[in-house]
Design a protein around this ligand. Sequence first.
Ligand SMILES: Cc1cc2nc3c(=O)[nH]c(=O)nc-3n(C[C@H](O)[C@H](O)[C@H](O)COP(=O)(O)OP(=O)(O)OC[C@H]3O[C@@H](n4cnc5c(N)ncnc54)[C@H](O)[C@@H]3O)c2cc1C
Length: 460
Amino acid sequence: MSEAKATAEAKTVAIVGAGPVGLAAAAHVLERGLRPIVLEAGASVGHAVRQWGHVQLFSPWQYNIDRAAERLLATTGWNSPEPEQYPTGAELVERYLEPLATKTVLAAHVHTLSRVTDISRVGFDKLKTRGREAAPFEIRYQNGQGPKVINADAVIDVSGTWHSPNPAGANGLRAIGERQAADRIAYGMPDVLGKDRARYAGKTVAVLGAGHSAIGTLIDLVKLAAQAPETKPVWLLRGNDPAKAFGGGANDKLAARGELGAAFAALVAAGKIKVESEFRVSHLTADGPRLIVGTGAAGCSRHVVVDQLIVATGFRPDLDFVRELRIQLDPALECPVALAPLIDPNEHSCGTVRPHGARVLAQNEPGFYFAGMKSYGRAPTFLMITGYEQVRSIAADIAGDREAAARVELVLPETGVCSRSAGPAASNCCGGPAVSDVDACCVADANAKQAGKTGCGCAS
Ligand SMILES: Cc1cc2nc3c(=O)[nH]c(=O)nc-3n(C[C@H](O)[C@H](O)[C@H](O)COP(=O)(O)OP(=O)(O)OC[C@H]3O[C@@H](n4cnc5c(N)ncnc54)[C@H](O)[C@@H]3O)c2cc1C
């Protein structure tokens, strides 16, 4: 069979998003002899990662590179980074994603400035069943030259969650006044020591949230205060126990993540950061150049006055463009239903997640899969390496290799740490890591599950 004919007959797989997991998906799809079409909304690959390019990753290079992508790069004489070193987001793009997308055969398959707006089945609305599975997917996208349409046999939605951050309101809604005060609010992880320095130097800056983004930004604000002494970092957290954010310290198998929490705990203990716990934002009110951040029914029961607010309360998936597909998601996490028990932060806050693939991610819409950061919905514990295993399995599934799709080829770092314990006990969080053949995140979690409970509940 001629190569042209083989290509013409190969199944087409639309991949929404050219982040690390989207590009890995394309590499696996190509290896399977299928035809990937990668549609990326941004002007270049790694568009979301570029927004947090100043942040150092807590996973070293060895966990950040997909194997199929590495095989493609190897054909170009790629100079692979040191496995033990920790890149920044910008280095991840420059040393890995850019060469992968521009110097390998993937270059012919990646379309930037192509924002997917809608996905359906050709000739089938959501209601219609008979014959549905055989109909190709119809993907609409915008590339600045009017609406475009492609058809595909399968779709992998790896569009991440970076562009849909959670709002400030403790109830998950925008706080009252949040939209009007937009000029004093940033979301995610602004570069307070770099390009956004002028906005924050010498200011009172509140950071809302208790995850790694909030912690990293607060640490940077303390560094900024050393250069611009009037800078005052304020930490607003909804919970009542700041120590929950300190992580597993030396117990964390991702050492850089453990160190981040430990460094943060030291700064809090030293009084470098003003802590406002049990602070559930409801109102945001501009007051001249300043911002009143309020809690309570009328927003006046407790408040802080700041110059700037950074909202780092996590992310949620954008589900608008998949609305016409038959999607079933966990009602709380907005992730595939079978994945929810593995990652639910209400059950455990540990980094350990069992590797999983196509079977766990499958939807009622055969041929459609969520993967990457988006597959975790609102859960915060996603690791790139988990996503690489997801797309390896999905590509095998689409190619009809059920045995490879079901196989688990990834051994994840067994983090086994929870965020419950405080002070000296942190080194022995929740009794330490669970034994490796037990499906639990720590000893307390294993004991709770053995006693018929859902888990240790260490995040609650
Ligand atoms: C600050 C930060 C630090 C992190 N550090 C680590 C770490 O150290 N180690 C680790 O393993 N993980 C880390 N993560 C988690 C995760 O691995 C990364 O977020 C990773 O980038 C996720 O890859 P992804 O490909 O799933 O999604 P993304 O990188 O978010 O890529 C999604 C892509 O889809 C595009 N897109 C969005 N909507 C559309 C659309 N409608 N049409 C077309 N394209 C679209 C976006 O522009 C983007 O380029 C970190 C996350 C953050 C936010």
